[in-house]
Design a protein around this ligand. Sequence first.
Ligand code: GLY
Length: 366
Amino acid sequence: MSSQRISIDSENGRYEVVYGSRVLSGAGPAVRSLGANTGVFLLSSPRVARHWRRKLERALRSAGLRHTVIFDDREEAKSISTAELVCRELVRAGADRRAILVAAGGGVVGDVAGFVAATYLRGVGIVHLPTTLVAQVDSAIGGKTGVNLPEGKNLVGAFYSPRLVLADPVSLSTLPSREFRSGVYEVVKYGVIGDERLFAFLEKSMEMLVHRDAKALDYVIPRCIQSKAKVVSHDEREAGLREILNFGHTFAHAFETATGYAKYLHGEAVGWGMIAASRLAARMGLLKTESASRIENLVRQVGPLPDLPAAKPARLMEIMHADKKTRGGQLRFVLSRKIGSAETFGPVPAKLVIEVLGRLPAQPRP
Ligand code: GLY
């Protein structure tokens, strides 16, 4: 399959997401084509570097690679102090205002590197090379960057668009199965919020997708990128429409925060969050029970989920009140009325949310 180019409009101009097998080997010319720079700085993590560092450094040499910074990309380490360490290493390596950062990795690498790019010397260019499914279909696109606080996820950050995104399905071959499945939950999300055909494809072909069948990847990934491109090109700063990308995320962030970011991969928490959001929508009479069951069933087909957090609903509610969608202390949720569409609803009565949380089984029901 030849590569596909999908354009994104941002307030800093248009950039492209290029999807295709082996686009990473062409990263050097692609970065060079962005214009002159005073040095390329590769940012990655130990586990990504283990498989890809040599190839990427070779590919980026022709673009002026000067230094590689490796930092911890566990969700627990997605913090201001990790961003500080990266900035300090960049200073020591001589990165100036015309440097280009190249972030190779999953969601945490992209979010931390993006935050560094937005703030280091008040902003330097960044190119994303997402190497996980979550990052290819979601986090590397749309300019959200940030780090967590103990109080909540992504509470410190900036909107900062990359200059280019290169998504190569070959890089998914080295992902542990749990990491890959974590990205599939985000794919399910795109089906629920805006793409009924994708949802139906997943119901039929989940087995192929979780086995990383090349044809399934080539169908699913560009389709998700296109959906995201459409949303963020209309509403980069999340004034409205973009909120739908957070379907399942209000619950998910609470599950992640309540467990110190250590129990779930992000997508797994989103898997649980989508079940909770579907049950909430059904409880509110917005979504047919049968559709809520289809969503729950599809989430279950992705694979096993870690158990729900032991935290009490009251504690989860407290965390949800810090969610970025909360307005004047009133809870708002992205909910679906019908598979293939979603919108933000609020205020949602706390009583209903507590009821849904209290009734979630430890494992999704067959
Ligand atoms: N992952 C949600 C967004 O990019 O808006």
